[in-house]
Design a protein around this ligand. Structure first.
Ligand code: SAM
Length: 211
């Protein structure tokens, strides 16, 4: 379903500067309409964020593509996502062959998305909890992707990133953020690159916003 609309969205994202072929192929494979509420299905292939209930959103497809490209992962890499939400971003990473671990702090969203992953037979490991403290048990991760806006970079996430790995995280105030891509050079040294003007829902937790 929606093959033509999906292809046209992928072409638009390519024109907006996403060049990684594996990312573009994954966006063409993963059916975004399965991750949005039924009533909004017909908007699934418009390049916009959409509400998924409980005050949360599924990110804009361009943002998903940008963040996935920024992680620069290879097949088999372990990646930690903070903010499972609809599950779409995790499904894109999973379809590219990464081992995905994802944390969601809203219980209703966590339950719904875990059920969806089971129905779709996606092997994505999901946990309910505060992602700002990471998931030490499975660390280190070659990639960490934070899909909610944070006032700062959580220290636990920097620790749980593998040397040579990348983290992509929106940092700023509650209304607008810059997207920071951090590369871990060694245990003490991190390199940062910034891209302006992204807007995410707030990251709420011990090392995020208090509410
Ligand atoms: N990656 C999602 C997708 O593909 O649909 C987009 C998620 S939405 C923009 C951000 C999500 O982060 C929300 O579901 C929100 O409940 C969750 N969130 C906010 N703070 C969090 C935290 N500290 N730990 C885990 N999840 C958090």
């Amino acid at each position: 379903m929606y093959e033509a609309q999906r292809l046209s969205l992928v072409e638009k994202i390519h024109q907006k500067g996403i060049t990684n072929k594996e990312v573009l192929k994954a966006l063409n494979r993963v059916e975004r309409h399965l991750f949005v509420p039924k009533a909004l299905e017909h908007h699934a292939y418009t390049d916009v964020a959409l509400p998924i209930g409980s005050g949360q959103t599924i990110s804009q497809p361009y943002t998903v593509a940008y963040m996935t490209q920024a992680l620069d992962l290879k097949v088999g890499d372990k990646v930690l996502e903070i903010g499972t939400g609809s599950g779409y971003q995790a499904a894109v990473l999973n379809s590219m062959g990464m081992k995905v671990y994802s944390i969601e702090r809203q219980f209703d969203i966590y339950l719904k998305t875990q059920k969806l992953f089971d129905e779709m037979q996606l092997r994505i490991v999901v946990r309910f909890g505060d992602g700002t403290i990471g998931w030490e048990e499975y660390s280190p991760f070659e990639g960490i992707i934070v899909t909610a806006g944070s006032p700062k970079i959580p220290i636990a996430l920097k620790k749980q990133l593998a040397v040579g790995g990348k983290m992509v995280i929106p940092v700023g105030d509650r209304n607008s953020q810059v997207l920071i891509t951090i590369t871990k050079i060694d245990e003490e040294t991190f390199e940062e690159k910034e891209a302006p003007q992204f807007t995410f829902v707030p990251l709420i937790g011990r090392e995020g916003w208090s509410q």
